[in-house]
Design a protein around this ligand. Sequence first.
Ligand SMILES: Cc1cc2nc3c(=O)[nH]c(=O)nc-3n(C[C@H](O)[C@H](O)[C@H](O)COP(=O)(O)O)c2cc1C
Length: 335
Amino acid sequence: MMQRTTRWRILFVLSAIAWISMISGCGGAKQSLISDGSLTAIRLPPPRTQGGMPLMEALKERKSERDFSPTPLPDQVLSNLLWAGFGINRPESGRRTAPSAMNWQETDIYVFTEKGAYLYDAKENVLLPVAAGDHRAETGSMIQPFVKKAPVNLVYVVDAAKTGMMGKIALSTADRDMFSDTAVGFISQNVYLYCTSEGLSTVVRGMVDREAVRSRLQLRPEQRVILAQSVGYPADQEAKPAPELKQLSDGKYPGEAQYEDLVYRVSVEIKNHRIDQVEIVDIGSDEYRDEAAAIARSVVSRQQMDVDAVSGATPASRAVLKAVEDALAKAAKSR
Ligand SMILES: Cc1cc2nc3c(=O)[nH]c(=O)nc-3n(C[C@H](O)[C@H](O)[C@H](O)COP(=O)(O)O)c2cc1C
């Protein structure tokens, strides 16, 4: 039988290692950034952390999709997406939306767009410029040409420099890498669920040109490229921001439309020439409530209310879109 004092000593040493590990694991070396002006940082708007599809519905709908519209994602959607993936959800402790072993937070998300490659800084909610130019194809493989069409390709890179003393001394490299690989899986699933909720297409990919990405991002030997994830609007839903939005004044506008014997009523809020909110006021029957809420979210995320652009829209969701159009017509008249 191990003596009580010996057990306490072992416990003390283990917790000291864990504590030191947590402190020393917070670091990680700095990424070299572009400073010649060829690519500038993007300060993202604060993420919208409320609403969205009910969780069980999102799980029911989650899937991989590989057809993308080239339409860029608005900064608001990018901010929400990255926050959902691995943003800070407890500012008082700096902890994140996805778990990591011993809170190492060793995963960095790089965002490849048409303009360049950026590093997501969750604390500042900023995309830091890493490489100018369109390098999206490098995040995929030759046999998956959809990658270079997707407006956003996220690349998940883990940094062993952030795994602290515990990661380096007390764990085997295989165990430590397994912990980090697993952490990436959680982030990817968060991204899947956000995309499902917002009507975006996404697919996580192991097929990544790792050498090309390593060299493009000038990664250190301790950093490993794990997975990539393409994100964008579905190919059949070209989401062009409606030009007439620029003509609308800020305010809340009621809209309505008739479907069979039901009247659909919505309230649309315009802020800074964007559709900020679509509230379903009344649709006469609970039967289509979830569908109506989903279409309302889709209008806000895509800034698009062209009824014909929404493939597969049921008559009920078309009625919601018609009601939104009615509200926007009132907003246009109020100028
Ligand atoms: C670790 C991992 C690697 C994957 N790599 C690729 C990939 O390189 N290319 C791709 O098109 N899909 C990739 N996928 C997506 C799977 O093909 C997809 O999840 C699977 O077919 C099941 O489909 P579902 O996600 O719609 O359920 C990957 C998924 C995982 C979990």
